[in-house]
Design a binder for this molecule. Sequence first.
Ligand SMILES: *Cc1c(COP(=O)(O)O)cnc(C)c1O
Length: 354
Amino acid sequence: MSQFWNKKVHDLQPYVPGEQPRMATLIKLNTNESPYGPSPRALEAIKASADDRLRLYPDPAALALCTAIAEQEQVPVECVFAGNGSDEVLAHAFQALFRNDAPVLFSDVTYGFYPIYCQMFGLEYRTIPLRDDFTIAVEDYEGPAGGIIIANPNANTGIGLPVSAIESLLKRFTTQTVIIDEAYVDFGGESVVPLTQRYPNLLVTRTFSKSSGLAGLRVGYAIGSPELIEGLIRVKDSFNSYPLSRPAQAGAEASVRDKAWLEQTVGRIIATRDRTVTALRERGLKVLPSVGNFILVHHPDCSADTLFNALRERAIIVRHQGSSPRISDWLRITIGSDEEMDALLKALDEILSL
Ligand SMILES: *Cc1c(COP(=O)(O)O)cnc(C)c1O
């Protein structure tokens, strides 16, 4: 509390990001980063961008990057918007594209930033419960809505939603923006980017932080109709005209153009995920069927809290989101390298046999 704060700041309950430990020897499985890192070509491009041109402001529209994304996704460049991480793109989208004449709808278990953006921008929201098996029931989205946001694959659960389910939603909700947050789509989800060319109210957001191994560069983007993109540009240009540094634009563009690296590293992560899921189920843990680079797990006899602390004592950090009641006894574990997952399994064997 401070007399100097704006009233809105008194009431804010900020998002608590996963810990970024300073101890290098920790096995870090808590914030869904890639164990393999960025494309070597992206690194080269970032280094090459660090020269005398840094005295100049970067391209405010990040046109070269947006063009590369447009070519990759086969959409017109007017349908692409880039920002400082998809968190920033999402914040602009909530502010620019959700109306406050009715509640914004999203799942009761999903990305923790959604309710916070609503609070920040004065939007009412209503959460729609997942089914008992943690899948999203699109038929339960009904009634007045100022907008809808769904993470697909869903955050925390990793469960994917088929394109047909999202299209059925788009057929029913035509007068408000529907955002599909595809932060994890490269790990086996189905993308609805092609639907953006038929549904002018559909915005898809993506990030370079997860599958492209560039969480430290802070680049995300959105794809949608020129109408939606213009709304985002209006908010961006009323907030920060140059959200993406020169190195960020250069690195992200080179990353988009190195599709082989993405396919190779994502393929390895998927193989490691599938092997880890089998191994955990053999040990009696419940694991939701994930198409992301993380898994949500539950042990019938050992609480999430106990497991979390025991893993941490063994220098392995995972994510425990106690704030969401339905998953308070579950742990979210990022899929790391094969060696890291072997260390996780070994630690669990020790913990569970105690
Ligand atoms: C990680 C994540 C983001 C944010 O990604 P950044 O581009 O790093 O800001 C957005 N949505 C979901 C569901 C995420 O898990």
